[in-house]
Design a protein around this ligand. Sequence first.
Ligand SMILES: [Zn+2]
Length: 353
Amino acid sequence: MQTFHNPHHAGHAGQQEMFRGRMVPCHEVPARLDYVLTELRRRPLGAMTITDLTEAALDKGIARVHSARYLDFLANAWDDWVAMDPANAQRDALPSVWPLGNRHAFRNDVLPANFAARLGLFSFDSGSPLTSGTWAAARGGAACALAAANAVASGARSAFALTRPPGHHAGVDFLGGYCFLNNAAIAAQALRDAGHTHVAVLDVDYHHGNGTQTIFYERADVLTVSIHGDPATEYPFFLGHTDERGAGIGAGFNLNLPLPRGSGLAAWRTALDQGLQAVADFGAQALVVPMGLDTFEGDPISGFTLRSEDYFAVGAALASAGLPTVFTFEGGYAVAEVGTNAVNLLEGFQQVA
Ligand SMILES: [Zn+2]
């Protein structure tokens, strides 16, 4: 299994995130990815590659998923933040005002001149600091996702996009949940564009893949499935319920499998089997797995109880779908264990595939 690695990821290094009235150190830190790299060097799965995708090809792949207005915002965000106040160069950009778009209580069609307002318009939480290196890091991650999709479209059984920052919470035109560009959606769309008529996304992160769900919600060519902590109690709270089945032509092509906080391997595996059955019933020709390792029992911000050795079986079960598969790297905040858990899952996949 080839791994595509993002050399720009460490430029995205937030200092603090807002958590229930306090500024706390960021959970999503560069060291997460370094632990995965270290483990991949100790237990190699295949070639480790830095993608040579052109800027034009990258722009094109990203624009297949995200709106031009949002991408323009992201590309200029850091400069605009510092232009508000030169002292901002020492601080992360975090939003503090939102338009509550779904309720139409405020307008979102008029682009505010004030950057603090724009930051709120294009985000849904205050836990996702935007820094001087965020845009380059997010683009580098998306390049990994595109390169992995291209490798699989060219015949590889699987590929691993070692993306950071993560992506599955980002929507067409919003950031949040530490995510800026939706790498899994970009990979899924690239697989569609390469000719796979039916592409499935099976999200195994602890948190609901709200961004991916919304991107494909009204489409019948991409099935989205997510196994996650019940949004009644778990982030991102406002999406991820069982009655969200897709809309319009996409009705029936979204499946949410929420589980109560505290769930262990047995319940989780039952949900995974349900998800894999849905992928098979859909007739998927390719699979994208947003791979979060925050289902781990030691994760500091999550609530499932999978153990490190369980990830071998998770990978083997995913391989049993028998599909060309792209993995994107998502959550997992038990920093020292995230490398072991990620490589256990991928090794489990590779042993069956
Ligand atoms: Zn997560």
